[in-house]
Design a protein around this ligand. Structure first.
Ligand code: 13P
Length: 257
């Protein structure tokens, strides 16, 4: 954890739950469960079709912010099936997850991700840039892939925007698999990410970027991965759909824990 920056926990609901009724009750229950915590930044990112309803539940919440799972970089036009930043801005969306491996698997490339990230920052929102290797090799070649994802994702981003950039390290093999890297592995990756950012920007600016870990985080491993991994928080998938588990993960990163 970096001094002066609150931990950040992001719940990526992915394509869940199945109905708006369940989505609204999940949001209500999370809101009740986290109460008035003010020492952790909490974000939930439901499917975009639920954003208006979840916004109605959270709109007076100072504790939980809204995010979306992707966005189109253009404001409007002939882009069938897409949703733009001004459209979600109306619902107080402040965070946009970009480059998730499940979207990269659908063909989203680094150039597109960079366009989306640039548009996100231009709108004054926070971009959560997801990076991560598909698998690790003993020679460490996967590290050059990670470096490429960071450099390509941040093309054209000025140092003054870095406080609105979050990097989420999500090894693809750890997502939904029940497997995680060790806390030591995550710590090393954190240092590696910081080194790349410091090569790209001055160190004091580079340090404004929060680094999250994501991939099979649950209430049992969260504390160890947070402290040992020296990350600034988590991007949580499956466990963010379970109120008590999500709450326990949030509690495990509180500075007063
Ligand atoms: P799980 O927590 O379900 O492994 O998913 C992680 C993830 O992809 C969050 O974006």
């Amino acid at each position: 954890m970096k001094k002066g920056i609150l931990p950040l926990i992001v719940g990526n609901w992915k394509m869940n739950p199945l109905s708006i009724t369940i989505a609204t009750s999940l949001a209500k229950n999370i809101k009740t469960a986290v109460g008035k915590i003010d020492d952790v930044d909490i974000v939930i990112a439901p499917p975009t079709v639920y954003i208006a309803s979840v916004h109605a539940i959270l709109k007076h919440s100072k504790t939980i912010a809204l995010g979306v799972q992707t966005i189109h970089h253009e404001k409007l036009g002939a882009f069938t099936g897409e949703i733009s930043i001004p459209m979600v801005h109306e619902f107080s969306v402040r965070y946009i997850i970009l480059g998730h491996s499940e979207r990269r698997a659908l063909g989203e490339d680094d150039v597109t991700i960079n366009e989306k990230l640039t548009a996100t920052l231009k709108a004054g929102m926070t971009a959560i840039l997801c990076i991560g290797e598909k698998k690790r090799d003993e020679g460490g070649l996967y590290l050059s892939g990670i470096e490429k994802q960071i450099r390509a994702g941040l093309v054209g981003v000025s140092r003054t925007k870095l406080s609105h950039v979050v990097i989420a390290y999500e090894p693809v093999w750890a997502i939904g698999s029940g497997m995680t890297p060790t806390a030591e592995d995550i710590h090393e990756m954190r240092l590696f990410i910081e080194k790349i950012l410091s090569d790209m920007y001055e160190r004091n600016y580079a340090q404004k970027v929060r680094v999250l870990y994501g991939g099979s985080v649950d209430e049992k491993n969260a504390r160890e991965l947070f402290v040992g991994g020296t990350v600034d928080g988590f991007l949580v998938g499956g466990a963010s759909l379970h109120v008590k588990t999500f709450r326990d993960i949030i509690m495990s990163v509180r500075p007063t824990h």
